[in-house]
Design a binder for this molecule. Structure first.
Ligand code: 6R9
Length: 656
C-alpha cells in the first residue's frame, strides 16, 4: 500500500479501530450486598460537596469540620479546613477501641519465607513506640522524615508514627541510587532518615544502608539515622548519628497520646520522577487525603473488614503503597497481606501460593505483573487454589484487553469483577474506576469517574470532545485527595497542572470517550506519536501487538523520521513458545496493520528479552526513544534494573 493511501485514514477511524465488544456484568451476589450502589453517583451529582462531607464522616474527627471546600484561591485547595484529626488514630487506635484489637492488620510474608501476623492492638503499640522514639530523636510536628525501607512492617509503622506526631514522611523507593535519595532528602530537608541494613530481593540480601551513608555525604541537615535490622548483614556505623531501631524503639512506652492535627497538616511528600527536570515533590495533607483514600478503598474493592483478606502487591515507595497499603486499608480496618519480595522468588508461583496460604479475597496489582504472569504460562496459577478471590484490581498503566481477560479467566476463574483504577501520585487516590457491584465492565477501560469526581476529555482548544473521540484527560472540579502543591514550588504546581487548560487540572494523559461516554486511557501525552500527521497512541499499538499470540509484552515509541515526521518503533518480548525470525516480525507488522490500520504498522520491530521499567512497573519509553534515535541513553536512576538498557542495546536489530 502506498503512503498517501495510508494517510487517507482519519484520526477518528484509527481511534475507533480498537474495538472491544466484550462486556461483563457484576456478579449478582456481589451486587446485592455491595458497599456502594448506583445511588452514590446520583447523590454525588446532586451535591458533590455534601457527598464528600458525608464521606469525611466515615473518619473519626477530634473536631468535626464545618467547611467542606475552600476554593477561594484556586488552584490551592483546602478541604475540611476547620476540622482536626489524627490520621494514625484513624488507621489504628479506633479499631482497637471498637473492640477489633485482635483482628490481624498485617500478615507479613518475607521473601525468605519468614512470616509475622500483627494485630491492630499490636500495631497500635508499635506505632506508639515508634512515635515516642521519633520524638526522642528530636522530630517535631511539621518536620520531614525520609523513609528508605524494604517492604517490611516497620515501613508501615514508620509512616504511621510520622502521621501520629504530625511530621511529614517522604518515602523513597528502596531501589533508588544514592544520588536519587540525596536529591530527595535535600529537597524535603529531612531531619531524620529511617532505613534498614537491607531487605531480601531475588533470594538474597540486598543492602540499603550504604546508599544512605553515601547520600548523607552529599547533603546536610540529617541529624539521625534510625536503622532496622532485617538481614543481619554487617553495616558501616556512624556513632552519634546512627541508632538501631530494636534498641531505641523497643525500649519506648507503648502509650502515646495522638494529638489532633489540622486537616491541612502536611501528611507526606512523594516524589514523581517526571520525564525531565528535577523530581517533583507532591504534597498531600491529612483530612481530605484520608477521606478519599478511605472511601475509594471501601467503594472500589467492596472491602468487608470482618471477612476479606486484601493484598496490594505494590511497594510502599509508590503512591499505590501509600494509599492502598497504608492509609486506605488501615483506615477501613482491613486485614491485609504485605509481601517483601519479587514474584518469581523462589518460584514463579509465589504470588498464587500467597493467595492460597492467606485466602486472599481482593488482589490489587499492575498490568506489567499480569503480562509477566501471562508470559510465564497459564499452568502456573492453575496449580493453586485461588477460589477465595472475589475482586481483582489493576493500576499503573492502561491494561490491554488481552491482559484484562487473561486476569479474569486465569486468576479470577472467569467470575471476579476487574476494577481498572486510574489515578496518579498527584490525585492521591482513585479517580476513574468501575464499581464492582454496579458497573458492567469493558476489558481495557477504566470507564467512569467515581462518585464525587468530575473528569472529562477535551481537545486542544479545551472543548469537551463528543463520545467516540479522543483528546486530553482533565479533571474539572477539585477533589479531597488532590495534591496541594509541589513542595517548595507553587509556581511549578500552577504551570504543570493548571495552565494548559484554564481552570482545569491537566493530568498529562491522553484518553478517549467511547460511544457510551466511558473513558479509555491512552498513555502519557508525551508518548503520543505523530506519524504523517496522525496522532497514534503508544497504548493502542502496544495493545495490538500483545493481542498477537506470539507476543508477551511490548513497548512502542515514535522515532524522528525524515519522511513521516515520526516512525513507529516497537520493542517486543516474545512468549516462551515463539522464536524470533524475519517472518514473525513481518507477521507482527501485518497484524498491527490489520488491527489498527496500515498507518499504525511499526516501521521497525526489535525482539528483546527485557523492557526498561520503573520500580512501579511503568515502561520508560524515553529511554527506548534514545535507542531508537541512536542517542546516548539518558538518566536511568529510577529504573528498577539499570543493566536492562545495555541488554536491550545489544539486542537491537534492524529487522522490519
Ligand atoms: C497510581 C499511579 C500515574 C500515571 C497516570 C497514567 C498511568 C495509572 C492507570 C494509568 C491507565 C490506569 N496510570 N493507572 N493509565 N489506566 N488504570 O500509577 O500513580 O505512579 O503517579 O502514575 O500512571 O499515565 O498518569 P503514578
Amino acid at each position: 500500500m502506498r503512503l498517501d493511501e495510508e494517510c487517507a485514514l482519519s484520526n477518528e477511524s484509527l481511534a475507533n479501530l480498537l474495538k472491544e465488544e466484550r462486556r461483563f456484568a457484576p456478579p449478582a451476589e456481589l451486587a446485592a450486598s455491595a458497599n456502594v450502589t448506583a445511588d452514590a453517583y446520583a447523590q454525588a451529582s446532586e451535591d458533590r460537596l455534601a457527598f464528600w462531607a458525608e464521606q469525611a464522616r466515615r473518619l473519626s474527627w477530634a473536631v468535626e469540620p464545618t467547611e467542606t471546600l475552600d476554593w477561594s484561591n484556586p488552584p490551592f485547595a483546602k478541604w475540611f479546613a476547620d476540622g482536626k484529626l489524627n490520621v494514625a488514630y484513624n488507621c489504628v487506635d479506633r479499631h482497637v477501641e471498637a473492640g477489633n484489637g485482635d483482628r490481624v492488620a498485617i500478615h507479613f510474608e518475607g521473601e525468605p519465607g519468614d512470616s509475622r501476623a500483627i494485630t491492630y492492638a499490636q500495631l497500635k503499640d508499635e506505632v506508639s513506640r515508634a512515635a515516642n522514639a521519633l520524638q526522642e530523636l528530636g522530630v517535631a510536628k511539621g518536620d520531614r522524615v525520609a523513609v528508605y525501607l524494604p517492604m517490611i512492617p516497620e515501613a508501615v509503622v514508620s509512616m504511621l508514627a510520622c502521621a501520629r506526631i504530625g511530621a511529614a514522611h517522604s518515602v523513597v523507593f528502596g531501589g533508588f541510587s544514592a544520588d536519587a535519595v540525596a536529591s530527595r532528602i535535600q529537597d524535603a530537608d529531612a531531619k531524620v532518615v529511617i532505613t534498614a541494613d537491607g531487605g531480601y530481593r531475588r533470594g538474597k540480601p540486598s543492602a540499603l544502608k550504604p546508599a544512605i551513608d553515601e547520600a548523607l555525604t552529599k547533603v546536610d541537615g540529617v541529624e539521625k539515622v534510625l536503622v532496622v535490622r532485617r538481614t543481619g548483614e554487617e553495616v558501616a556505623w556512624t556513632e552519634g548519628r546512627d541508632v538501631w531501631w530494636h534498641e531505641l524503639v523497643d525500649a519506648q512506652s507503648a502509650e502515646h497520646t495522638p494529638e489532633a492535627h489540622d486537616a491541612e497538616q502536611p501528611l507526606f511528600i512523594l516524589y514523581t520522577s517526571g520525564t525531565t527536570g528535577k523530581p517533583k515533590g507532591i504534597l498531600h495533607t491529612s483530612g481530605g487525603y484520608l477521606t478519599q483514600a478511605s472511601y475509594t478503598h471501601h467503594a472500589v474493592f467492596d472491602l468487608k473488614p470482618e471477612t476479606d483478606v486484601y493484598w496490594c502487591t505494590a511497594d510502599i515507595g509508590w503512591v499505590t503503597g501509600h494509599s492502598y497499603i497504608v492509609y486506605g486499608p488501615l483506615s477501613n480496618g482491613a486485614t491485609q497481606v504485605i509481601y517483601e519480595g519479587t514474584p518469581d522468588t523462589p518460584h514463579q508461583g509465589r504470588f498464587w501460593e500467597i493467595v492460597q496460604k492467606y485466602g486472599v479475597t481482593i488482589l490489587y496489582t499492575a498490568p506489567t505483573a499480569i503480562r509477566t504472569f501471562m508470559k510465564w504460562g497459564d499452568d502456573i496459577p492453575a496449580r493453586y487454589d485461588l477460589s477465595s478471590l472475589r475482586v481483582l484490581g489493576s493500576v499503573g498503566e492502561p491494561i490491554n484487553p488481552e491482559a484484562w481477560v487473561w486476569y479474569r479467566e486465569h486468576i479470577g476463574a472467569g467470575r471476579t469483577p476487574i476494577v481498572d483504577t486510574w489515578w496518579q501520585t498527584e490525585t492521591g487516590a482513585m479517580m476513574i474506576s468501575p464499581l464492582p457491584g454496579v458497573t458492567e465492565t469493558k476489558p481495557g477501560s477504566a470507564q467512569r469517574a467515581l462518585p464525587g469526581i468530575a473528569a472529562t476529555v477535551v481537545d486542544d482548544e479545551a472543548r469537551e470532545v463528543p463520545n467516540g473521540s479522543g483528546g486530553y484527560l482533565v479533571l474539572t472540579e477539585p477533589w479531597p485527595s488532590m495534591l496541594r502543591t509541589i513542595w517548595g514550588d507553587d509556581q511549578r504546581y500552577i504551570d504543570t497542572y493548571w495552565s494548559r487548560f484554564e481552570g482545569r487540572y491537566f493530568a498529562g494523559d491522553g484518553a478517549k470517550k467511547d460511544e457510551d461516554g466511558d473513558i479509555w486511557l491512552l498513555g502519557r501525552v508525551d508518548d503520543v506519536m505523530l506519524v504523517s500527521g496522525h496522532n497514534i497512541s503508544t497504548t493502542e499499538v502496544e495493545s495490538a501487538l500483545v493481542g498477537h499470540p506470539a507476543v508477551a509484552e511490548s513497548a512502542v515509541v515514535g522515532a524522528t523520521d525524515a519522511t513521516t515526521g515520526q516512525a513507529i518503533v516497537a520493542f517486543v518480548i516474545l512468549r516462551g513458545s515463539a522464536t524470533d525470525s524475519a517472518d514473525l516480525v513481518a507477521e507482527l507488522r501485518n497484524h498491527v496493520g490489520r488491527t489498527l490500520g496500515p498507518i499504525a504498522k511499526p516501521k521497525q520491530i526489535n525482539v528483546v528479552s527485557e523492557l526498561p521499567k520503573t520500580r512501579s512497573g511503568k515502561i520508560m519509553r524515553r529511554l527506548l526513544r534514545d535507542i531508537a534515535e541512536g542517542r546516548e541513553v539518558g538518566d536511568t536512576t529510577t529504573l528498577a534494573d539499570s543493566s536492562v538498557m545495555n541488554l536491550i542495546q545489544s539486542q537491537q536489530t534492524t529487522t522490519g
